[in-house]
Design a protein around this ligand. Structure first.
Ligand code: ISC
Length: 388
């Protein structure tokens, strides 16, 4: 019998990806060592499993879904191997089942999606007023020369009239945001536009986002994004990814100028980075976790310099981000997989939904504008919640 009849894991982009049910194995890890601990666990599990995989593509065979905390402390990260995974990629569809001993095959019980209604919204651990103050303080600290960029976030709590069925959120997010990755891992659900890393054999790709425009003024998204502030926010993010990924690559292609990614709620400056990995440094089932550890957090969610920015986030936000802004996605036994950055998402606990959004702050940021930008970034989850 499945512990949960619902598809509890998801990583879907434009109708392709992976969906999983049930839990065959899980590990929770904490602290600065969390990526290495997850990598050890996954490598041992892969070494002891007997796998029959007649397709042999990324995502076939043994797969784990991963959701890592943003910060070293506090926060818990999780890796879960579902009992059933259904995948679709490049026109091929497959199903993977896990059995322990003489387990009977699993038949997922598909139940209708339960609709919910939001009964109220309330402030999270960092209210909008305090978020505005935190942004103003960060601007002062940057003008004093302490650091160049920091990404500050705040939260919002929604209550629903009955426990939330995560498929309710997922189906809405996947339908409205097909160019994002609709994910669900252990109660963290969202549709992120940002791909931290995709590893396919020796190829690595990343979509770096930073710099945002949202509807409001009459100007085009392109002209609003073409400001010194947005360009510098973006450059810090791209540089942080490139500098930490390059030591693992034999080639790395970083575009000179960003493109514009348009979403229904916002538009972003986007850089599609790609490279070839050095096989000597990226072998084994845990390779993607190793790369994730190296590049996280980029300055799209942390800041520049990284250590100072992470410390300032802890000081000024004074809330636990949990797994928001951490790497989220899946890995397979070959070490391939995809990790996004958990953005435009919410943490679900029964009838409580905790939404998050953050903005890159540089020395010329305007606190009022950042408050509006964070509100625009919460719209995907709010719209999905209110779509009953
Ligand atoms: C931190 C978030 O977005 C990041 C990704 C894209 C654009 C961003 C920005 O322009 O501030 C942020 O760096 C979030 O959505 O919570």
């Amino acid at each position: 019998m499945l512990p949960n009849p619902e598809p509890v894991f998801s990583w879907v982009h434009g109708g392709e990806g992976l969906v999983g049910w049930g839990e065959a194995a899980r590990i929770e890890v904490k602290g600065a060592d969390r990526f290495a601990a997850a990598e050890r666990w996954w490598s041992e599990l892969v070494a002891t499993a007997e796998v029959e995989d007649t397709i042999g593509r990324p995502g076939t065979g043994l797969v784990a879904f991963a959701s890592m905390s943003f910060a070293d402390e506090p926060g818990s990260s999780v890796l879960i191997v579902p009992r059933v995974v259904v995948g679709r990629r490049d026109g091929a569809t497959w199903r993977t089942e896990l059995h322990e001993g003489d387990d009977a095959p699993i038949t997922p019980i598909v139940q209708p999606v339960r609709r919910v209604r939001v009964t109220r919204y309330s402030e999270g651990r960092l209210s909008v007023t305090d978020y505005r103050k935190a942004v103003a303080r960060a601007v002062e600290r940057m003008r004093a020369g302490e650091l160049a960029k920091v990404v500050l976030a705040h939260d919002l709590v929604a209550e629903t009239d009955s426990p939330l069925d995560q498929r309710f959120l997922l189906q809405n997010l996947a339908a409205r945001y097909p160019s994002c990755w609709a994910f669900a891992v252990d109660g963290l659900v969202g549709a992120t536009p940002e791909l931290l890393l995709r590893k396919t054999g020796e190829t690595v790709e990343s979509r770096v986002l930073a710099g945002t425009a949202w509807p409001g003024s009459g100007e085009s998204a392109e002209s609003r994004l073409d400001s010194a502030k947005n360009r510098s926010e973006h450059e810090f993010a791209v540089r942080s990814l490139a500098e930490t990924l390059r030591p693992y690559c034999t080639e790395l292609d970083v575009p000179q100028t960003p493109s514009v990614l348009r979403l229904p709620n916002v538009a972003h400056l986007a850089s599609e980075v790609s490279g070839r990995l050095d096989p000597a440094k990226t072998t084994g089932p845990g390779a993607l976790l190793r790369l994730g550890h190296a590049v996280h957090p980029t300055a799209a969610v942390g800041g520049t310099p990284r250590t100072e920015a992470v410390a300032l986030i802890a000081e000024l936000e004074a809330m636990d981000r949990g797994r928001y802004a951490g790497p989220v996605g899946w890995i397979d036994a070959r070490g391939d997989g995809e990790l996004g950055i958990a953005l435009r998402c919410a943490e679900l606990r029964g009838s409580l939904v905790r939404l998050f959004a953050g903005c890159g702050i540089v020395s010329d940021s305007d606190p009022d504008a950042e408050v509006r930008e964070a509100a625009a970034k919460m719209l995907p989850i709010r719209d999905a919640l209110e779509s009953a």
